[in-house]
Design a protein around this ligand. Structure first.
Ligand code: GMT
Length: 375
């Protein structure tokens, strides 16, 4: 098949999922055309079966904001004609599904261009549910030829908010041979020079991720006598607040803010526990990636997280903001190697059994085939 994929290139899990999906489709012999405003960060290699088409935007003094939705629709339609796309798959509904529908309609009746929208999270729960976007998001979802969601929770949220339930759940995935515990002795020494146990957080530091809770947890873990360190991977709007709170709590010197990193798998391999204290999380890709690297997860029990992390088996779940319980769970894991290893092994087994590319990518391929046949 010839598939067009649109993602947000630089920011967040939906871009990672769309990019990794494209690579996996190409590895299975399909041709993938990424259509985005910039080269997606996870797309490190282009080749005969993976190409990138940049959305070009003309600026004009009259435009207060550049009309990206229209420029994207134009590029989608142009690429569809140029390379004979069989299907357009957009990740995150706003505004990608609207652009895709515009592209599809602009090409009628010369060519069919079925549109698949994958819902990822705040496109339904936060942004999409806001009155300023709700009607157009509902339109984009209803008009798509096929809709998938990355968890059962998100499918239910879509039904509740938009009154739309024709949604197929295809969960996020990991490539289990790439996402596995690596030997990273140098990195571990760098992050924990005195052999301290390591808590790790990976996110884009948006308020919804509650990264401040990570330093609250570190402070309490250290108060309990465990000389842990915290590694904060990523960057974003909350970073300054997190660093300030770490200073107030007197734990800043026990934190490493390493910024955005290309090799997340190395940081996860160095970790003893992953912290994911999010306010909302329709799946929790960071949790899945950690689990694949045998790292137990201490997370808030929100959205789709309980579908990924089994409380007491592959990690521990708490109410949002319950940093006291999160600290107790983290300290228990950091001080009990046997428990940590047993949970880490269960985490890896669960990640491989339920979310490996071998079982998830064929679900996308079958979905595409069904949508193309129906269109
Ligand atoms: O919905 C968002 O906030 C954006 C999106 C992203 O691009 O980071 O995150 C969502 O998609 C990820 C990949 O499918 C999921 O792992 C995240 O749980 C989800 N984020 C939220 O629901 C807050």
């Amino acid at each position: 098949m010839n598939i067009g994929i649109t993602v947000y290139p630089t920011y967040g899990g939906s871009g990672i999922v769309g990019s990794e999906l494209g690579k996996e489709l190409a590895a299975r012999g399909h041709c993938v055309h990424f259509i985005a405003s910039a080269l997606p960060t996870r797309l490190t290699e282009l080749g005969a079966r993976v190409s990138f088409h940049e959305v070009e935007m003309m600026s004009y003094p009259l435009f207060e904001h550049q009309p990206y939705t229209l420029a994207l629709a134009t590029k989608m339609a142009t690429v569809a004609e140029e390379v004979n796309l069989d299907l357009l798959h957009v990740h995150y509904a706003i505004p990608h599904s609207i652009s895709a529908i515009l592209a599809r309609e602009s090409l009628k009746p010369q060519r069919r261009l079925p549109v698949v929208t994958t819902l990822h999270g705040t496109d339904i729960t936060l942004v999409g549910a806001d009155a300023s976007y709700l009607p157009i998001t509902r339109y984009g979802i209803k008009e798509s030829d096929g809709v998938t969601a990355i968890s059962n929770y998100l499918k239910e949220a879509t039904t509740e908010t938009f009154g739309f339930d024709d949604v197929t759940v295809i969960p996020n995935f990991i490539n289990a041979s790439e996402y596995r515990k690596q030997l990273v002795p140098e990195l571990r020494r760098e992050l924990a020079p005195d052999g301290e146990p390591l808590l790790v957080h990976v996110s884009n530091f948006r308020p919804v991720k509650r990264p401040v809770d990570c330093v609250e947890v570190l402070a309490r873990v250290r108060e309990s006598g465990v000389k842990a360190r915290l590694v904060m991977v990523g960057d974003g709007p909350e970073r300054t607040r997190v660093e300030n709170r770490a200073r107030c709590l007197g734990v800043h010197e026990h934190c490493s803010f390493v910024g955005k990193q290309a090799r997340i798998v190395d940081y996860l391999s160095a970790a003893d526990v992953l912290l994911l204290p999010s306010e909302q999380e329709s799946f929790g890709l960071a949790a899945l990636e950690a689990m694949a690297c045998e790292v137990p997860v201490v997370a808030s029990s929100v959205g789709g997280v309980p579908e990924v992390v089994t409380d007491g088996e592959t990690g521990y779940l708490s109410a949002v903001g319950d940093v006291r319980k999160m600290s107790a769970d983290a300290a228990r894991l950091l001080t009990n190697k046997e428990l940590r290893m047993t949970m880490g092994e269960s985490a890896r087994a669960s990640a491989v059994a339920c979310y490996s590319t071998e079982s998830i990518i064929p679900q996308y391929i079958e979905f595409y085939e069904r949508i193309i046949a129906a269109a």
